[in-house]
Write a protein that binds this ligand. Sequence first.
Ligand code: THU
Length: 132
Amino acid sequence: MKQNKALLFSSAKNVFPNAYAPYSKFSVAVSLLGIDTTIYTGVNVENGAFPQGMCAEASAIGKMVTNGCTEIAEVLVMADTKNPTTPCGGCRQRLMEFSKPDTPVYLCNLEGFLEETTMGLLLPGAFDLNNN
Ligand code: THU
């Protein structure tokens, strides 16, 4: 588990400079540990037509699903902030699609870990088609 955290952190830090955020100037990198034991990274990719911008979570999920993995074991979100940056509302729903309520979420800045939470705490009462 400790090893996963370190790898998730270094993977996010490696891609952080690739965030394309010329409009908000707010770079985000995400690492997902798939249950296939692969680490999938993503950065935010903004667009001059602002609503077309994509969050780092969506980038990483796209890579994971494209590779054939649809279960997330652990999530790490990194931003260059003093306080923890949490996934936006839409990304909580995106992540939950492939997570469990107890899936760990590590919130980091470039220096290290700031907070550890879970998907269930970030998105209580998540919409679930199978529960209806
Ligand atoms: N952003 C993410 O990539 N993930 C989050 O969880 C929060 C926000 C991006 C979207 C936008 O490019 C920038 O951060 C500022 O909102």
